[in-house]
Design a protein around this ligand. Structure first.
Ligand code: SAM
Length: 191
């Protein structure tokens, strides 16, 4: 299956946060982006966005999407009450769980939210934490034969974690729980 993850700059924030970044190219056209996701990634995709832009972006999406939530217990406190302590992720499709039985490396993808602190000192605003990456893979239910195109790579953490995540399946994809057990130590590094 062919999946995509899009983590573009928040609407109206591109210049402020990324003007000095090598892949900065002005504001992202979200209508075009969602059209691309829908037409090129019919197996599944996910799109991160800011809570204030949720209504605007949902209006551009097909009906059969889910909104799942990254909760940030530690997050930036601005002069806004209540603070912005979560980030929505719009998800379409994904591999049906019954295809492989109800198994995954960490079991984070059974719930529609994850709790993970924001990253610091990564050199890029909006860099995703490792726990978020694993949750995303498990919500889409990726398997070793899949591809995941990271459309806004930033630090490259999504691809790095994807390579690690897929490697957990290498020995025997039929018994994921056993693999998870064997790799407990390594998995703990990310959680
Ligand atoms: C939210 S960050 C991606 C963070 C990434 N997922 C991570 O975890 O490291 C958005 C990225 O898009 C880049 N960018 C900014 N404007 C862009 C544009 N118009 N088209 C493509 N990329 C853009 C930024 O420089 C930044 O690297």
């Amino acid at each position: 299956m062919k999946f995509a993850y899009a983590d573009p700059p928040y609407i109206g924030q591109s210049k402020r946060h990324y003007k000095n970044h090598k892949d900065y190219a002005g504001e992202v056209n979200h209508k075009e982006l969602i059209e691309k996701l829908v037409s090129e990634y019919s197996d599944g995709w996910a799109l991160s966005l800011s809570a204030p832009s949720l209504k605007q972006i949902l209006n551009l999406c097909p009906n059969d999407i889910r909104v799942i939530i990254w909760v940030k217990p530690f997050h930036a406190w601005k002069n806004v009450t209540p603070s912005y302590g979560y980030e929505p992720v719009i998800v379409f499709g994904g591999r049906k769980r019954k295809d492989y039985g109800n198994k995954s490396v960490k079991g984070l993808g059974y719930q529609d939210w994850i709790s993970a602190n924001i990253t610091m000192k990564k050199g890029l605003t909006g860099a995703k934490p490792e726990r978020f990456c694993i949750w995303l893979f498990e919500v889409l239910n990726v398997r070793p034969e899949d591809t995941l195109d990271d459309l806004y790579p930033g630090t490259g953490i999504i691809s790095e974690m994807y390579t690690w995540y897929i490697s957990q399946y290498k020995e025997d994809a039929s018994d994921i729980k056993e693999i998870a057990k064997q790799n407990k130590q390594e998995i703990r590094r990310w959680l």
